[in-house]
Design a protein around this ligand. Structure first.
Ligand SMILES: [Zn+2]
Length: 182
């Protein structure tokens, strides 16, 4: 049975900026690579233009554009399964932790990955959404293995799942903080 890897990330483009090389490498070696992205990137800039600028298409249209970009990038990287949770961009640190962890557990028990990759506790460069997804994904890998952590009735048919390895993205200090919030 092929090995599988699930990346749990915050925004469309995190899969390319942070771990694109890693995902492409393992996909090319036959690992089943899946991606779970918590937001659709609706709070971001569009080609450098902030929300409210006439050249910005608006948050809803931007989310659609970024989801399309995400799926195109995933196809190039060799990612087979792309799922989005549709949390509000730039507000992930204010999400209900119980709900966010349960959402990720649901995907862990469905995809059943050997390896999970997410942001480190530093959020790469301190982005609150990245810090939040690191915490939620870490908690979810523990909860997914716990038979006492029950989801709703329809999902409870899935067996608990133990992830073999949880890896954090190591962000080189030399890259420093980014100026834009992605
Ligand atoms: Zn990001």
């Amino acid at each position: 049975m092929p090995k599988s890897l699930l990346a749990v990330l915050a925004h469309p483009d995190d899969e390319s900026l942070g771990v694109g090389g890693t995902l492409a490498k393992y996909a090319s070696e036959g690992v089943e690579v899946s991606l779970l992205t918590a937001t659709r990137g609706d709070g971001g800039r569009f080609r450098g233009h902030p929300v409210g600028d006439p050249r910005h298409p608006g948050p809803a249209a931007l989310a659609s554009i970024r989801e399309t970009e995400l799926r195109a990038a995933a196809a190039v990287l060799g990612v087979r399964d792309v799922a989005l949770l549709d949390y509000r961009d730039q507000h992930l640190d204010r999400a209900n932790p119980r709900e966010a962890i349960a959402d990720i557990v649901r995907h862990l028990r469905r995809v059943r990955p050997d390896v999970v990759v997410t942001f480190g506790p530093d959020g790469a460069y301190g982005h609150p959404d990245h810090v939040a997804i690191s915490q939620f994904a870490t908690a979810a890998t523990v909860a997914a293995a716990d038979s006492a952590f029950a989801l709703d009735a329809a999902e409870s048919i899935r067996e608990p799942h133990t992830v073999s390895k949880l890896y954090y993205i190591a962000w080189p200090a030399t890259r420093g903080p980014r100026t834009s919030r992605r």
